[in-house]
Design a protein around this ligand. Sequence first.
Ligand code: ADP
Length: 511
Amino acid sequence: MKHEQGRSQFLLERNERTSMSTNADANTPRMDGVSQQSERFFRTLVENSTDIIALVSAEGTITYVSPSITRVMGYTPEEFLGSHALVNVHPDDLERMQQVLGAILQSPGKSLRAEYRLRCKDGSWRWFETTATNLLADPDVQAIIGNFHDISDRKRVEDALQLNLNRLDLALLAGELGLWHCDLPFDKLIWNTKVKEHFGLPLDAEVDINLFYALLHPDDRERTRQAIEQSIENHGTYDIEYRTISPIDGRIRWIRAIGRTFYDEADMPIRFDGVTLDVTEQKQADQRKDEFISMVSHELKTPVTSIKGFTQLLHRRFQQRDDETSLAFLARMDGQLNKLTKLINELLDISKMQSGQLVYSEERFDLDQFVTEIVENVQTTTQSHRLIIEGSTGSQVLGDRDRIGQVLINLLTNAIKYSSGADRVIIRLAKEAGEVIVSVQDFGIGIAPAHHQKIFERFYQVTDPLEKTFPGLGIGLYISSEIIKRHSGRIWLASQKGEGSTFSFSLPSVS
Ligand code: ADP
C-alpha cells in the first residue's frame, strides 16, 4: 500500500484501524509520523461527525459509511456496504434522486445538493440534506463522497410554519385584509396586493414611507403621522381611520389600519407591522344614518315648537276660565312636550357635533355659584331626592355656560332616574392641581365595570335582562363627554353594580 493513497484508503478499509496498521507494518514503506497523525485526525473527525459520510463507487454501490449512521438512523455501517446508493430512498423521492445520481456520475469534480427522505431502521422516514461530490477521478479518493445532514427537525418547523402561513393567507383573504410591514426607521416598506388596492395603486407599484403619506388625504396626514409616532413611542396599538386617494383615478377610500411595533432586546423599535381594511361602505352607511338623524330632528322641531306655542295659549285661556281640570291635563301634556323637545335638541346636538358645526361660546364664570344655580333648578323638578352640595372650588372657569350646564343637568337627571330607591344625590366640588372637579354621586342601581368605557359612546345603553329597562336613547353621556372634551376637560365614572355611581368631570380652572 502506497502511503499516497492514505486518506481514502483508511475510509475504504472500513474503519478498522488494526487492519490498516497491519498493512502498513507488513508491506510498504512506513507512513511517516505526520501522515499518520493527520490520518488519525481525519478519521476521528469523520467518525465523530454528527453527519453521516458515505462513499459510493462508479457503479453506484456504497463502499463506506461512517459509524454515525447508527445514532442517526439505527443501522450499522456494515448493513450498507455493497448496497446501491439509493437504497432506502422514499418512493416519492426516488425518481428525482436517480436523476441527481446520474448527474453526479457525469460531473467529475462537481458537487450537488439534494433534500430527500430515507427510511430508518425502525421504519420511520427522516429528511436529509445531502451534498455529493464526484471525486471518482481523484486518485486519492476514487469515490463519490456523500455528506448526509439530518434536517428532519428543520423540515418539521418549516411544515408548521407553512401551515400557519396558509392559515394566515386564508384569514387575510376571508377578511379582505391588507398586510404591511416595515423595518424601522422606515427604510423598507412592504405591502401585499390588497394594501395596494386599498391605496388605489397599480399592483406592481414600488412603495416607500413618503409615498404612503403622499397618498393620504391631506386632512388625515398629520393625524396619521402622530398616531404612528405615538404607537412606536408608547408601545401602544396603532388603530386609525384615514382616507386614501388613488393616483390612478382619484378615487377616495376610507381605510382602517391596525398595527403594532416590535422591539429588540434593548427596547429599540425594529419593525412596525399591521393590516388594512376598507371601511368605505361602513363610513357611507354611518354618514347616511347621521344625515337621517339630522333630517328627522329638524323635521320634528317645527311641529313640536308649534304645539308648545299652542299649549301656552291654551294655558292662558284655561287660567282665565279657572278650569283647574284642563290646566292639570295641560301641565301633563307640557311635561311630555318638554321631554320631546329635549330629545330633539339632543339629536340636533349630535348631528352638529358629528359635522363639527356645534359652536361653543366662551365666557368666564364662577363655578360654585353656577353649580348652585343649576342644582337649585333641578331640585324644583324632584321631590323624591334631596340634592346636597359638598365642598367648593373657589374657582372661575372659561367656557360655554349653557353647554357645561347641560352636562351637569344630564348627570343630575341620570342620578335621579337611576336611583329610584334612594333619597339623595351628592354633588361634590373640589379643586386639584389647576383643575376643578365636579362629581355627582347617587345611591342607585350602579353600573358594572364592563360598561364603564363604552357608556360615553353614542347610543350606548346598559342593558340587563334581569332589570327593567329605562326609557332613553343613550345620547346624554355622549354629548356630555363631547362638551367636556371640547373644554379640555375629562369625564369619568366610578361605579359598581348595585352600589350607586359617581360621575365626575374636570375642567381647567382659570383662577
Ligand atoms: P339615557 O338617555 O339612556 O339615559 P345616557 O347617555 O344619559 O342615556 O346614559 C347611557 C346609559 O348609562 C343609560 O342607558 C344607563 O344605562 C347608564 N347610566 C347613566 N347614568 C347612570 C347612573 N347614574 N346610574 C346607573 N346607570 C346610569
